[in-house]
Design a protein around this ligand. Structure first.
Ligand SMILES: *Cc1c(COP(=O)(O)O)cnc(C)c1O
Length: 221
């Protein structure tokens, strides 16, 4: 077994254990393997090991790597987890199966237009700037519920869940708890939260998917 496959297996075991500890059904948490910065050759052992759900944070990088991998491995589900510019909405709708970073009116409008044009409906998450950090993407928590409603009512977009990245230097638990509360208020079922350092904590707080990069693929340069 290669290192990356051994690490994938270890992460999956930890997810299973965290599900049990949280009293949640086995298999209720999806693993999004975050392959940003890694090449198609780095990713292939992970697809060969059966992993099908992946996350990328840049549209252009994903366009270069994924069409070939998708052709070779039926059932790949690709998530956009990085900031989306409205001039990339066309490419994002064409390539991604899930877009987790809907965070402002302009993006919602651009996605609605492209989804109609292409007759493609990637599943959508709203990204919440859960720690209200000035430099970070995402809608402010105080505006999140109203924004989800505008996505539905103004743009006709089905929002499936919320996504967040807590501040790096803080205890993530209260941030995960707030995202869970906002999702309940907004009436959305899915919670994308938890990365390599805190995915077990996120599962305890109700994550339905975790986005794990370095714990699988190793450090990024
Ligand atoms: C890079 C990234 C991850 C994965 O981070 P790791 O700490 O390597 O697990 C998860 N979510 C987002 C939005 C990212 O950009």
């Amino acid at each position: 077994m290669t290192d990356v496959v051994a690490r994938l297996k270890a992460v999956k075991e930890k997810i299973a254990r965290a599900e049990v500890e949280a009293g949640r059904p086995t298999g209720s948490v999806a693993l999004v393997a975050v392959s940003k910065t890694f090449s198609a050759d780095d990713i292939r052992p992970v697809t060969d090991a059966g992993q099908r759900v992946f996350g990328e944070n840049r549209v252009q990088e994903a366009q270069a790597k994924w069409p070939g991998l998708k052709a070779d491995h039926p059932g790949i589900e690709l998530h956009l987890i990085g900031p989306l510019q409205s001039n990339k909405a066309k490419e994002a709708v064409a390539l991604f199966d899930v877009i987790e970073t809907v965070d402002r009116e302009k993006i919602a409008a651009a996605l609605a237009t492209e989804m109609k044009k292409q007759d493609r409906s990637p599943r959508l998450f709203v990204q919440v700037n859960i720690g209200s950090e000035p430099q970070k993407a995402g809608i402010d928590p105080r505006e999140a519920v109203a924004f989800v409603e505008r996505c539905r009512n103004t743009h006709g977009l089905m929002i499936e869940g919320l996504m967040c990245i807590p501040p790096v230097d803080e205890n993530p638990g209260p941030h995960f708890a707030l995202l869970e509360k906002l999702a309940r208020e907004a009436g959305v079922a899915k919670l994308s939260m938890g990365m390599s350092a805190d995915y077990e904590t996120a599962i305890a707080f109700g994550a339905t998917s975790v986005r794990v990069g370095s714990a699988i693929f190793g450090g990024r340069t």
